[in-house]
Design a protein around this ligand. Structure first.
Ligand code: TXE
Length: 474
């Protein structure tokens, strides 16, 4: 490697057993080898779970104050390595350093660690009437499996790890086979401050490793973010070990632009709502319904933003959009866009790959004049291709937004907050944003409905999800 002396390569060197051994992980943009990830086996999963189970009682015994102090130290350690982590993430995942991307993601890891450290679940007195007394308290569950995806591997990893550790659980973390190196580097940094075996990673290209982890008899909870198909397998596995589950699965978030919206004012919010991380985001705007009275103005304003956002190699400063992370995802996006064009969709911008940038690049694409039933509207594209649909009547738009079997997020765009809130109240989604889409806060619960999963993350609700309730009565 030419830039062998850079800090991100030093990180990679630390997490590799030896250079050249393990599974080669490509740079998402160039295909060059970034590093080699250990190839663990199902037997290694058993060893990892046993180590985490052995470490758990002392970690729980250490108490809330000690664990919070270590999570704060972990946040400082992440910040001390922020640029190296961001560079490694950018190379492996493809997302640029700039914009709401790699540096932003690493920063969010520190933010969520600190938020978990600061959140306290006080005992809740349920009855205290002079005769009866009952309070509800929470304690650790045991060993948590953290199984993550490739789109926001560090941030979603921390969303799973931080609350689990905070409550006194130990964690076995299994990153996506596409993005193991950045997660291993994060775990290495966290383990610089945590006691031994409190956080144990396993990595493999073999999906049997994730399956074993989810089904392991000594796993008490699975935190999973990924596809609905894999989520269903994890639900089936939990029939045997009765592991508690938090499932954050795919979505197909709708946005509804009301007739009184100001196209110029909302264009940038709409753009990042849809195209953050080049569209590879669970709660991104994936189909946009615009009232006919401002349809053309919204399309023009959105296209103007799209045309000035540079796509390219992530380590090039100024780039804000990257490639699709992997060829399979590229193929999904290409298929859906080609199909939408064949069905009469009007390409407003993009509409084709960008091979001059690299094999996995697809141009920022906005396709207008589509209708429900077209696969680009009905299926999760998980890439930089936004379908825009014209509507006449709000009843029609609400019905369209609610008609699919997923419900992670949704958004309503309007200058009239009361009108927007009235529409929001009718949308079936875990979160409905007004004049924004996908913005998250570490204290605000986040989770899906319908096939987008169940369970809440973040804040006090997120801590309860990795804890065992216990009522003390009397
Ligand atoms: O996800 P998978 P993939 C969507 C997106 C994408 C599709 C597939 O549409 O095209 O999912 O992506 C581990 N038991 N999202 O293949 O297969 C696996 O190793 C336990 C949406 O990456 O769900 C990885 O660590 N674990 C999503 C993780 O599950 C298993 C983000 C996710 O893999 C397993 C990413 C098993 N049987 C993709 N099999 C979002 N909601 O943001 C695999 N795994």
């Amino acid at each position: 490697m030419s830039d062998i002396h850079t800090a991100d390569d030093a990180l990679i060197a630390r997490i590799q057993a030896s250079p050249g051994s393990g599974r080669a992980i490509p740079d998402a943009a160039t295909g060059a080898i970034v590093g080699y990830a250990p190839e663990h086996t199902v037997t290694d999963v058993d060893t990892a779970v046993a180590r985490a189970a052995t470490a758990q009682p002392a970690w729980e015994e250490a108490g809330h104050a000690a664990r919070s102090a270590l999570l704060l130290a972990a946040a400082d350690a992440v910040e001390a390595h922020a640029e190296a982590l961001a560079r490694l993430l950018s190379r492996e995942q493809g997302k640029p350093l700039d914009g709401p991307n790699a540096r932003f993601e690493v920063g969010a890891c520190a933010t969520w660690l600190r938020a978990a450290a600061a959140t306290v679940l006080e005992p809740q007195v349920i009855v205290d009437d002079g005769t009866d007394y009952a309070e509800l308290t929470y304690r650790a569950l045991g060993v948590v499996a953290a199984i993550g995806p490739w789109n926001w591997p560090l941030m979603i990893g921390i969303w799973q790890i931080a609350p689990a550790l905070r409550m006194g659980n130990t964690v076995v973390v299994k990153p996506s086979e596409y993005t193991p190196l950045s997660v291993l580097a994060l775990v290495d940094i966290l383990n610089g401050v945590l006691p031994a075996d409190v956080l144990v990673p396993v990595t493999s290209g073999d999906r049997a490793v994730g399956a074993r982890l989810a089904a392991h008899p000594d796993i008490d909870k699975v935190m999973f973010t990924g596809s609905t198909a894999t989520g269903r397998k994890i639900v089936e596995a939990s029939g045997a070990n009765l592991a508690r589950l938090t499932l954050e699965l795919g979505g197909n978030d709708a946005g509804i632009v009301l007739p009184d919206a100001d196209p110029a004012a909302i264009a940038e919010g709409l753009f990042w709502g849809a195209f953050i991380n080049t569209g590879q985001t669970c709660a991104a705007l994936k189909r946009l319904y615009v009232h006919e009275s401002i349809y053309d103005e919204v399309l023009d304003a959105l296209a103007a933003v799209a045309e000035r956002m540079p796509m390219g190699y992530g380590l090039d400063e100024g780039t804000v959009l990257g490639p699709l992370q992997n060829p399979a995802q590229f193929a999904i996006v290409q298929r859906l866009v080609e199909d939408a064009k064949a069905r009469g969709g009007r390409v407003v911008v993009g509409g084709e790959p960008a091979p001059e940038l690299g094999a996995n690049f697809f141009r920022t694409t906005i396709i207008a004049d589509l209708a429900d039933g077209v696969p680009l509207v009905d299926e999760e594209q998980f890439g930089p291709a936004l379908p825009v649909i014209r509507y006449t009547d709000i009843e029609e738009a609400v019905a369209a937004a609610n008609r699919l079997d997923v419900g992670l997020g949704a958004s309503v765009w309007s200058t009239d907050r009361a009108a927007a809130r009235a529409v929001a109240a009718r949308l079936r989604a875990g979160t409905v944003w007004i004049n924004a889409h996908g913005t998250l806060h570490p204290k605000v619960p986040f989770g899906g409905v319908k096939s987008s999963g169940y369970g809440l993350e973040f804040g006090a609700e997120g801590l309860k999800a990795v804890a065992e309730p216990r009522v003390v009565n009397g």
